[in-house]
Design a binder for this molecule. Structure first.
Ligand SMILES: NC(=O)C1=CN([C@@H]2O[C@H](COP(=O)(O)OP(=O)(O)OC[C@H]3O[C@@H](n4cnc5c(N)ncnc54)[C@H](OP(=O)(O)O)[C@@H]3O)[C@@H](O)[C@H]2O)C=CC1
Ligand SMILES: O=C(O)CCCC(=O)O
Length: 482
């Protein structure tokens, strides 16, 4: 792959403004999920290098926090401009290491950049408060101050956007960060660090440590210097990290697993519901925590929806993300493919019918055919767990109460979607759904200005929006006797 700017493909970690090897010299090889070809190597770092990164982050944070918000904002806007300028190279790096189609990688870069721009603007609007006091001789003020040194552990499914959704509010608020990117997709994070460096982000403020997840994660969690951890990934790892953070009482943001229901009511515009379901199901080959995992369709429009959904699915082209006609790339690894097969086999054994797909793709490797199942039921694994793959199960329902109960019958509570033209029904159902985000007559809900996050086992805290900034700020109350 030829990048316009080959310097963006960095193969060292980034600590204190320098590109570093692991102390041991050990490296990990990174492979392309589409064809298992070798991309490059990154340092296999551990506790020692992470501890060093925390110390330099502490030093850098002190001076960064003392700068004006305008100063921080201007550096961030330079970084934003560089990301936009290099969007094609960055998108190529995502497709190379993550597999998603190039158009989706480009969309992710613009989405990632939007967090940098948004939080650069928000930096200047971190207002405190003045509260009328209960006594005449007292004045009450509330300051908002940066939490200090922060840490982030990011996943492979959005290797750019999950970095900037955490890093941009941290920098804007006056915090520093030690970031551990997913082992499958370190090169995107390193390229973003290269551009931050060029934009003038001071040494030590952003550190990218690649390597041993358990050792790096434990060091970040155990450190009393690190005041906040933000993690996106599975619920199991989120709980583990929360336990590790308990002794140092860190602030936490956890964006964890989902099991999104998409409900199509009898009065829905079926054509629009099909388009929304295609988007919500097949973005990133189904590897998104807000992907529609369960599609509930009212009996009156069940057949019509299935016919139109199958027609839309027949248009999907599976292949390399670099082929511009591809809509569905490979899954991230063989474990992801094995999980899809397990869910499919379980559903078939329990009575679901395959309408489309259902087989290994002829391309082999990590590719699988986008699959449509009907007659799905609540006892199937696909109803209970996040499949994280291009498997669309359709459940038939008859009544509003029944579908609300089914949609909520999961430990997860991240995103839900519904299609109806009836405003009263929409109001009742959105209020009853136990989810952090609800899309109404749309399958696309993600943007930088809205609070992204979940309830129940889907996590804690919100990212993006003005609420995302609060996660990197502490309140300090001043009681002034006059
Ligand atoms: N909410 C979301 O966006 C995501 C949800 N998932 C869900 O999780 C499932 C499994 O995917 P997977 O990638 O294994 O997700 P994980 O939650 O296992 O991994 C996510 C990140 O956490 C790291 N990690 C794992 N263990 C630790 C630890 N003890 N300390 C610190 N960091 C750790 C991983 O590194 P390493 O790989 O080196 O262990 C990776 O960078 C998916 O099928 C999906 O259901 C996955 C990714 C994103
Ligand atoms: O947690 C994820 O799966 C990444 C976020 C996707 C999005 O922001 O739409």
């Amino acid at each position: 792959m030829q990048l316009a700017d080959p310097q963006l493909l960095r193969d060292k970690a980034y600590i204190n403004g320098q590109w570093c090897l692991a102390d041991s010299g050990d490296t990990t090889a990174i492979y392309n999920p589409a064809d298992a070809s070798f991309i490059g190597e990154v340092p296999q770092m551990g506790a020692k290098e992470t501890h060093h990164a925390i110390l330099v982050a502490q030093q850098a944070q002190t001076s960064w926090a003392k700068q004006t918000a305008k100063f921080r904002s201007e550096i961030m806007l330079k970084w934003y401009a560089l990301v936009i300028q290099h969007q094609n190279d960055l998108a190529h790096i995502i497709t190379l290491e993550q597999g998603k189609p190039l158009a989706e990688s480009l969309a992710e870069i613009l989405y990632a950049a939007s967090f940098i721009q948004w939080f650069a603007e928000e930096a200047k609007r971190v207002y405190g408060d003045t509260i009328p006091a209960p006594q005449t001789d007292v004045r009450i003020q509330v300051l908002k101050q940066p939490v200090g040194v922060t840490a982030a552990i990011t996943p492979w499914n959005f290797p750019a956007a999950m970095v900037t959704r955490k890093l941009a509010p941290a920098l804007a608020a006056g915090c520093s960060m030690v970031l551990k990117p997913a082992p499958q997709t370190p090169f995107t994070a390193l390229a973003l660090a290269e551009l931050a460096h060029r934009a003038g982000v001071p040494p030590g403020l952003l550190n990218v440590v690649t390597g041993d997840a358990e050792a790096i994660g434990r060091t970040l969690c155990d450190s009393p210097i690190v005041k906040k951890l933000s993690f996106t990934g599975s619920t199991a790892v989120g709980i583990h990290l929360m336990q590790q953070c308990a002794p140092t009482l860190k602030k936490l943001s956890l964006e964890l697993g989902g099991n999104a229901p998409l409900i199509v009511f009898a009065d829905a515009n079926v054509e629009e519901a099909v388009a929304g379901a295609m988007l919500a199901k097949f973005r990133n080959a189904g590897q998104t925590c807000i992907c529609a995992n369960r599609i509930y369709v009212h009996e009156k429009v069940y057949q019509q929806f299935i016919t139109q959904f199958a027609q839309a699915m027949a248009e999907l082209k599976v292949g390399s993300g670099f082929d511009l006609s591809t809509n569905i790339g490979p899954l991230i690894n063989s474990a992801a493919k094995a999980k899809m097969k397990e869910h499919l086999d379980d559903a078939k054994a329990k009575g679901a019918q395959i309408i489309q797909g259902g087989r290994d793709h002829t391309l082999g490797g990590n590719y699988f055919e986008p699959t449509l199942l009907i007659d799905a039921t609540a006892d199937m694994l696909i109803a209970q767990e996040e499949t994280f793959a291009p498997l669309a199960p359709i459940f038939k329902f008859h009544h509003e109460d029944e579908v609300i109960a089914a949609a909520n019958a999961t430990e997860f509570g991240l995103a839900a979607y519904l299609y109806t033209q009836n405003i009263s029904l929409m109001t009742r159902v959105t209020e009853a759904l136990e989810y952090g985000m609800v899309g109404v007559n749309t399958g696309a809900i993600s943007n930088e200005v809205a609070p992204f996050g979940g309830v129940k086992s889907s996590g804690l805290g919100r990212e993006g929006s003005k609420y995302g900034m609060e996660e990197y700020l502490e309140l300090k109350y001043l009681c002034i006797k006059v």
